[in-house]
Design a protein around this ligand. Structure first.
Ligand code: GLU
Length: 554
């Protein structure tokens, strides 16, 4: 009679290492009490998803908060779905969001003693464990053909039974080792399945850092652990890798809760300590029909972090926003801390809501304005250049015309107690500041300027002529404003809106209308940074030139 050991040897004749060898090779980490080892385990199947950024941010945070280790493992066992180069891309993007692993797969290299950190390079390690399971009779080769599997599926569907390969349906679980040997020798193709001892009617207790303690049906499926391409499945790789990489807390998306019974069972059967689990809620969005749905890569721009990078958002803004989703007390905390030093915030799984949060672009914009408002003009220049070099050559050449001038523009009402928050991203900066550059201002003027239609060209002309001749820039902002009011009054504009309301027949409008005319004349826009500083930067001569040009055309 053929033994389990002979089957194991027949399948993996070259595997000489044992589980004990692996235990010695990857010893328990020597870390202080309470230190957590976390990992982000992306598959190289595309660009970084906002949901994955959320997960990785939390993994990173937990490791940092506990003086632990955060590492990245590349899960590339699904070779069919792999997209060339996306592993490197993912790591690059993580870096841009300041999520820097201590260890593991770093894009262009691997660092650490628990590697390799790319699953396809770990094939032999998985084989050692599978060989062990085969020897113990806890796994077996399954020769079922696609047709046989289809037959099972149809039968189960017809009889309304749970789907899958288990119990009486697990045909090759029940054949003899003699038959297994014969089939292997004659070259039948096979996968290797785990021999579950579980019963679907049993409930087992599980524990989750986000969801608390709950019960779940025990696994009774003989899942595939080793595919015919020589690579393991996710379930099996997860258990082996998180054991031998000594992960203490597995942080992953909620979609994996359903497979938790499989994972718990595998850990137990292998005699390994089960790590802690935290299954994170998914990020949602209100769909077209008004119902909540998952943020979708296909439908939603904001589902891919590349959207925020291409649009030039400060990466901190997205991370800060995601932390408000992660912990309900974070928002208040970051307000109190003036949107700074978020690394000092203590994250806690217990403050995570179970419901998937709705993605709120308005809040991202809000944080972005706060963050950019806090930067110095030098930081703004560096950030803008870094962004523009990668995504926006037009903006780059604008900045490079004269960096001092660019910084002067960006420094309007910056670097003071309550800086103005004029900008939220660099993607629309070119459009916002181009009027500071004469040639670009002229370009826009060609399309015509749109003034408030309440005022005739004659009135506009009169106002602008007086402003041009009488408004001095050689005074402080307050006096300048007084000067503007005075000029306005002399041509029939009240010094404030209230007076106009009280005596509508006495005035053509208010000083606000005067300021708007000046603003449109000089900037082509209704909104701009503080007009006083705009004029100071443009200088008297250029302002006059713009006024004259316009007046001559009105
Ligand atoms: N590779 C899996 C995924 O991308 C990782 C899940 C996990 O973190 O264990 O979904």
């Amino acid at each position: 009679m053929v033994t389990n050991k002979e089957i194991a040897e027949l399948i993996f004749p070259d595997i000489k290492e044992t589980i004990e060898d692996l235990e010695r090779k990857y010893p328990k980490r020597d870390l202080p009490e309470g230190a957590e080892v976390t990992r982000f385990a992306p598959s190289p199947t595309g660009f970084l998803h906002t949901g994955s950024l959320f997960t990785s941010m939390i993994c990173h945070k937990v490791a940092r908060d506990t003086n632990g280790v955060f590492y990245v493992r590349l899960e590339d066992t699904d070779t069919k779905r792999e997209i060339e180069g996306s592993g490197e891309q993912l790591l690059k993007q993580l870096h841009l969001f300041n999520i820097v692993p201590d260890e593991g797969y770093l894009g262009d290299r691997q660092v650490g003693k628990y590697g390799p950190y790319i699953q396809s390079q770990r094939a032999d390690l998985y084989k050692v464990v599978i060989k062990h399971l085969l020897e113990e009779g806890k796994a077996y080769p399954d020769f079922a053909s696609p047709e046989e599997l289809e037959e099972i599926r149809v039968k189960q569907e017809k009889e309304k039974l749970n789907p899958g390969y288990y119990g009486e349906f697990a045909k090759y679980r029940h054949i003899s080792n003699d038959e297994r040997k014969e089939r292997i020798l004659r070259g039948d193709s096979y996968v290797i399945r785990y021999k579950s001892q579980g019963d679907h009617n049993n409930k087992i207790p599980v524990s989750d850092l986000v969801h608390g303690d709950f019960e779940i049906a025990e696994n009774d499926l003989d899942i595939v652990i080793f595919k015919s391409d020589g690579l393991p499945t996710y379930h099996f790789a997860h258990v082996c890798d998180d054991h031998f990489m000594r992960t203490t807390t597995v942080i992953r998306g909620e979609e994996w809760i359903a497979s938790l019974p499989i994972h718990v069972q595998l850990f137990k059967d292998l005699g390994w300590e089960t790590p802690k689990y935290a299954h994170l809620p998914v990020i949602m969005k209100i769909g077209e029909n008004g119902n909540k749905r998952k943020l979708s890569k296909r439908l939603d721009n904001e589902a891919a972090v590349s959207y925020f990078l291409k649009d030039g958002y400060p990466s901190e803004a997205l991370v800060m926003y995601l932390m408000t989703i992660a912990n309900s007390n974070f928002e208040e905390w970051i307000f109190e801390h003036k949107f700074e030093h978020m690394e000092e915030f203590k994250f806690s799984f217990s403050k995570m809501s179970l419901e998937g949060a709705l993605f709120d672009m308005g809040k991202v914009n809000f944080f972005a304005k706060e963050i950019l408002g806090k930067k110095t003009k030098y930081e703004i220049r560096d950030m803008a250049k870094a962004y523009a070099s990668e995504f926006n050559p037009q903006l780059l050449s604008l900045i490079e015309r004269d960096e001092e001038y660019f910084m002067e523009i960006m420094n309007i009402e910056r670097e003071k107690e309550n800086p103005r928050k004029d900008y939220e991203k660099f993607g629309d900066l070119y459009e916002k500041i181009s009027f500071f550059y004469s040639d670009l201002y002229e370009e826009t003027c060609k399309n015509g300027l749109i003034f408030n239609e309440k005022f005739s060209n004659e009135v506009i002309k009169e106002v602008l002529t007086n402003i041009k001749n009488r408004l001095s820039l050689d005074q402080d902002e307050q006096s300048w404003f007084g000067n503007m009011k005075e000029i306005g009054e002399s041509v029939g504009f009240a010094p404030n809106g209230k007076l106009v309301k009280q005596n509508p027949d006495m005035y053509r409008g208010s000083v606000g209308d005067v300021a708007e005319m000046i603003r449109i004349a000089l900037t082509t826009k209704k909104n701009s940074p503080n007009l006083y500083y705009v004029m100071k930067i443009l200088k008297k001569e250029e302002c006059d030139r713009r006024f004259d040009n316009l007046i001559s055309k009105l």
